[in-house]
Write a protein that binds this ligand. Structure first.
Ligand SMILES: [Zn+2]
Length: 378
């Protein structure tokens, strides 16, 4: 039995694994839902044996285009994740690989485990500007962690800025982005980070979906809910993650909101705005353009040409976080999307889009936030 998946974030089902030349697997669907695409498994006991590993249901996943021009990530030490050429033909994803150690891990993107999440929270709290609030419990009974960053000085002019990530748990790049953001905010040596905290308090939820992350889901929580369709009227029972965040926002207020995601298909970093709102205005357009254009100026991995089609005025989906928050708080609210594959503008063949690039983009995004809250446009 060379295949295992029963660990934090693991996902695969074995169809046939008695012959290394013809290992057949399939991706398991999220509990209580039909979404699937995230995979993460270990191959062991086949050191120096040429393997052919096929994911048989790759053509039936939620976003099959995500596997076109896609290379799998693999790691021996679970720290460094590299890309390996991967073939997607007739609905089957095939990996030909000769391990050079007794165990090797494969995943859709560099995993971000719940253990790593706990390490990140613990490490961040050593900074005097950081404090923890547990907003509530998830469906499986895990803590929903929020970190508040504040320099402790009260000022009426301070803005309340919110960053959330990983509503869709298979989009692990979103929590790698958060790792970069939290490290930068807690360093307390960087002038822009100090200046940002003079102007605003930051409320950061690095992982909106801890249950889905642990269970190895692509898109839903333990109750099978797609959290980014629950923002209009979230249930405390089936979508408590959104329910508790909305409750906290109502107490604190929101002047800026960024929701961090990954997109399976598009090989680009991009931002989606909330142009579909009925009260979209030229001021709101200028705020969105300021953020996107400044980010493009300072980060070569970000672009503004390609993204989701802009929604017609009046067609916003208020079940989605950014539209709901922009509408309720009349503030700039955006969705940041990063690729699973790579960026076409700035490709890296051995790593593709990678944890370190996510972290760098996070720092760039916070530098832009610093400029945004200083600007007259807010
Ligand atoms: Zn997403």
């Amino acid at each position: 039995m060379p295949i295992s998946h029963n660990f934090d974030g693991g996902n695969i089902d074995v169809i046939e694994d008695s012959n290394a030349q013809n290992i057949q697997l399939k991706i398991r669907a999220d509990a209580n839902s039909s979404f699937f695409q995230w995979f993460y498994f270990r191959v062991h006991g086949l050191n120096q044996v040429p393997c052919s590993i096929s994911i048989q249901n790759a053509g039936e996943v939620t976003y099959p285009k995500g596997f076109e021009n896609y290379d799998v990530v693999y790691s021996y030490d679970r720290k460094n994740w590299m890309r390996h050429p991967t073939n997607f033909l007739d609905g089957i994803l095939n990996i030909k690989f000769k391990p050079s150690q007794d165990a090797v891990y494969f995943a859709y993107f560099a995993p971000y485990s719940m253990e790593r999440h706990s390490d990140l929270i613990a490490r961040t709290l050593s900074a005097s500007v950081a404090s923890l609030e547990v907003l509530g419990k998830t469906v499986d009974g895990r803590d929903l962690d929020m970190i508040k960053f504040s320099d402790g000085k009260n000022s009426k002019r301070k803005r309340n800025c919110w960053l959330i990530a990983r509503q869709h748990p298979g989009e692990t790049m979103a929590e790698w982005w958060m790792e970069g953001a939290l490290e930068w905010l807690s360093a307390q040596k960087i002038s822009e980070s100090i200046s940002l905290l003079k102007l605003c308090d930051l409320f950061v939820i690095p992982n909106m979906n801890p249950d889905g992350s642990y269970r190895g889901h692509l898109r839903t929580n333990a109750a099978g809910r797609n959290l980014n369709r629950e923002w209009e009227n979230p249930s405390a029972e089936s979508a408590p993650e959104v329910f508790f965040v909305k409750e906290a926002m109502a107490k604190i207020g929101v002047d800026f909101f960024l929701d961090v995601h990954g997109d399976e298909s598009l090989p680009h970093n991009f931002i989606a705005g909330t142009e579909g709102l009925i009260n979209w205005s030229s001021k709101k357009q200028r705020q969105l353009d300021f953020f996107k254009n400044t980010l493009k100026k300072i980060d070569k991995d970000f672009q503004t040409e390609i993204g989701y089609p802009t929604k017609e005025r009046g067609s916003a989906n208020l079940k989605m976080s950014a539209a709901q928050i922009a509408s309720r708080y009349n503030c700039l609210a955006m969705t940041l999307e990063m690729p699973f594959k790579d960026t076409l503008e700035n490709p890296n063949q051995s790593l593709g889009w990678s944890p370190s690039r996510c972290k760098t983009l996070a720092i760039s995004s916070l530098r832009v936030l610093d400029q945004y809250v200083k600007s007259a446009i807010i």
